[in-house]
Design a protein around this ligand. Structure first.
Ligand code: SF4
Length: 204
């Protein structure tokens, strides 16, 4: 049983982290129980499955260079609460060149919340985004310097690993956050179909 004062401080910290996510540009943010995050080995295997991701192996933050579901479950056991974030955007943006900037914003947002969580004393907190960091931050570089030369990441303050490589079930994560994933239909003359990207910060 956590003493009431400690409980109140924890609640205040989590509320602050949610607000930080919004400040960094998220459309919404939620606090969930870390134990409720579903991790599936088969989802992680999709990165190098029948249709291998074109970014497979290119960056230190993607398989096979990350610890995958096994590593995530170890972190998950140490963490009571997590922060989830989503950025909503029109589908026309999601499938345009502007998508890159949105994905960068997602990486920068979750890494910013992770940094703030660490400052608040949750020293092992870990952030996860979506999409490979290689085309987002190091497109102009031939290789990821971490993988190729064992050097520190060029963008360690903003680039974070993709949830996919850890087998995180993102649809379930959205539902657990209170954001049911509904396929919207684009009606002629009606509102434009919307899309979203999501991220996660394990707080511990
Ligand atoms: S150096 Fe570039 S590609 Fe490698 S992990 Fe960092 S951001 Fe990703």
């Amino acid at each position: 049983m956590i003493p009431e004062k400690e409980q109140n401080e924890l609640k205040a910290s989590l509320t602050h982290l949610k607000q930080e996510a919004i400040r960094f540009g998220a459309t919404d943010s939620a606090v969930i129980l870390s134990g409720d995050i579903r991790v599936d080995d088969d989802l992680a295997a999709l990165c190098n499955g029948e249709y291998t991701c074109p970014n497979f192996g290119l960056a230190a933050s993607c398989p096979p260079h990350v610890g995958g579901p096994g590593q995530f479950r170890k972190w998950q056991k140490k963490s009571r609460y997590s922060i989830t974030v989503k950025i909503e955007l029109p589908s026309s943006v999601m499938f345009s060149d502007a998508r890159k900037e949105v994905m960068k914003l997602l990486h920068q947002g979750v890494s910013g919340v992770e940094k703030r969580a660490i400052e608040l004393g949750f020293s092992q907190s870990k952030a996860f985004a979506g999409g490979s960091c290689k085309p987002l931050f190091c497109e102009e570089n031939k290789t990821c310097c971490v993988v190729a030369d064992n050097l520190p990441c060029r963008h360690m303050d903003e680039a974070r690993p993709s949830m996919s490589g850890f087998g995180i079930d993102v649809i379930q994560l959205m539902n657990t956050s209170g954001w049911p994933v509904v396929k919207t239909k684009q009606n002629k003359g009606g509102p434009e179909e919307s899309s979203w990207v999501a991220g996660l910060i394990l707080v511990f």
